[in-house]
Design a protein around this ligand. Structure first.
Ligand code: NAD
Length: 476
């Protein structure tokens, strides 16, 4: 009997007669069923969120802060149960699933410390003008399948802290851990403040178009982000969009080959490459290209791909069939074009269930190769050779995306000089994938709109309201 999961609407766990299957990508078995919500369930969730907004928006921020901290606490306390479920539905190895759950708790707990103080614009003999921050209203949160818990929590925490209420939709591929989390937080937040409903992709446009939702916070592909922007334009909903990326790493000739090889590997292959800020194009200076590419390939050959629940697995399956087929298509295209593979390139044995893609590393494919020019979002890493730093920067920037990037060098000042020329929202020098709850995270160009995290991320859930008092004009 497959486990049935319920949705959180108005403080109650509720089911629907129509359900969706959720598959474990490691073995293609159905491991749970979740409600397939439509307009009726969405309307109930939005009504609950609207009703709760009346009191929640007036609840002092110190009380709201405590609720966000309590959510962070519940996530931490239940890490052991949650990470196993997360591996089963998402595919990532246990250690990485544990990291996601702990990270979600840390990010929520840290964001809970942010302030929304009034700001004084003018305080003169004539006038006192201040800007206060008022919550936007009911938020619709839409989340992808690569970091389902982290992404859900990074929407719930700032929404609640700002005084908004939320209706959140997980990806139909990975809703289970979020629904288990819904049960755990059911009594932590007042009824209606957090609502979590599941459904197919078709539930997304209903959320975007709902007349009683005031803001959409979305993480997912650029193609869907554009549809959301279009849908939200009808009633000018506020939007925050965290979208795709094709992040470049630039390795300068003075980088320590031994030290960076393993780090570069994991900057691409963590979560089987299914990270918006994973390194998807690695530019290596020609002086160290041969040595470094050999070191990365040697490291890769000892990394085990398999079921994330099995001990020793470091890279799990691709999360779903559609993405699996897309990654295989990009590899086939590279093969058909005669590009050279340092590692991988062979197909897995089709008789073994699971969406496994062998670790794939390409040797200096051309810039216009699909596997370089497109966001692969899988365990694939193209290594490319460059001659001058300016050339590497211009190749890195030649993308419609602008999410993140990295520079690897022994000279941190030079690293910063290069970083400042990259057209992305985040650039790391000598590290990768680090996000801070106190720094804005957001894409340039077609990688996003607005930001999450930090004060800037929190303010996106608010409107500024300026109140001006003319001091020397008191009516008699
Ligand atoms: P996706 O865009 O297919 O789906 C994301 C979510 O949107 C899902 O919940 C889906 O059901 C919903 N959705 C689908 N169609 C919709 C529509 N028309 N209107 C509203 N909602 C709709 O993305 P995905 O395949 O789940 O995730 C992978 C993508 O997400 C990659 O491109 C990746 O780079 C991106 N991503 C970005 C970030 C970031 O922070 N910038 C983080 C993680 C993932």
């Amino acid at each position: 009997m497959v486990t049935q999961y319920k949705n959180l609407i108005n403080g109650e766990m509720v089911g629907t007669s129509k359900v969706l299957d959720v598959v474990n990508p490691a073995n293609e078995e159905v491991i749970g069923q979740v409600p397939a919500c439509g307009e009726a369930e969405l309307n109930s969730a939005v009504s609950a969120a609207r009703a709760a907004f009346k009191t929640w928006s007036k609840t002092p921020i110190e009380e709201r802060r405590k609720v966000v901290q309590a959510i962070a606490g519940v996530i931490n306390e239940n890490n052991d149960e949650l990470f196993r479920l997360l591996t089963a539905e998402q595919g990532k190895p246990h250690a990485q699933a544990q990291g996601e759950i702990a990270g979600a708790a840390y990010m929520a707990g840290s964001q809970a410390t942010l302030e929304l103080d009034d700001e004084i614009n003018e305080d003169t003999e004539q006038r006192l003008s201040r800007t206060r921050r008022v919550p936007v209203g009911v938020v619709g949160g839409i989340v992808p399948w690569n970091f389902p818990v982290m992404m859900a929590v990074q929407k719930i925490a700032p929404a609640l802290l700002s005084g908004c209420t939320i209706v959140l939709k997980p990806s139909p591929f990975t809703p289970l851990t979020t629904l288990r989390l819904a049960e755990l937080i059911k009594d932590v937040a007042p009824a209606g403040v957090v609502n979590i409903i599941t459904g197919e992709d078709s539930l997304g446009p209903l959320i975007t178009g709902h007349p009683d939702i005031d803001k959409i916070t979305f993480t997912g592909s650029t193609a869907t982000g554009k549809k959301i922007m279009e849908g939200a334009s009808k009633d000018l909903k506020r939007i925050t969009l965290e979208l795709g990326g094709n992040d470049a790493s630039i390795v300068l000739p003075d980088a320590n080959v031994e030290k960076v090889a393993e780090q570069l590997f994991w900057s691409s292959f963590t979560n089987a490459g299914q990270i918006c800020v994973a390194a998807k194009r690695i530019y290596i200076h020609e002086d160290i290209y041969d040595e470094l590419s050999a070191a990365i390939a040697a490291f890769a050959k000892n990394v085990k791909v398999g079921d994330g629940a099995h001990q020793g697995t470091a890279v799990g399956p691709v999360q779903n069939k559609k993405q699996y087929e897309r990654v295989l298509e990009l590899i086939k295209d590279a093969k058909d074009n005669g590009y050279k593979f340092l590692v991988g390139g062979e197909a897995k044995d089709d008789s073994i269930p699971g969406y496994y893609v062998p670790i794939t590393i390409l040797d200096n494919p051309p810039e216009n190769a699909r596997i370089v020019a497109e966001e692969q979002f899988g365990p694939v890493m193209p290594l490319m050779k460059f001659s001058t730093t300016d050339e590497a920067i211009s190749r890195a920037n030649a993308s419609e995306y602008g999410l993140a990037g990295a520079v690897w060098t022994a000279d941190a000042d030079e690293g910063v000089r290069v970083a400042e020329q990259m057209e992305t929202g985040t650039v790391w020098v000598n590290e990768f994938l680090h996000l801070s709850p106190f720094a804005p995270f957001g894409g340039h160009k077609q990688s996003g709109f607005g930001a999450e995290y930090g004060k800037e991320g929190l303010l996106e859930f608010t409107y500024p309201q300026v109140i001006t008092v003319k001091k020397d004009n008191v009516p008699a």
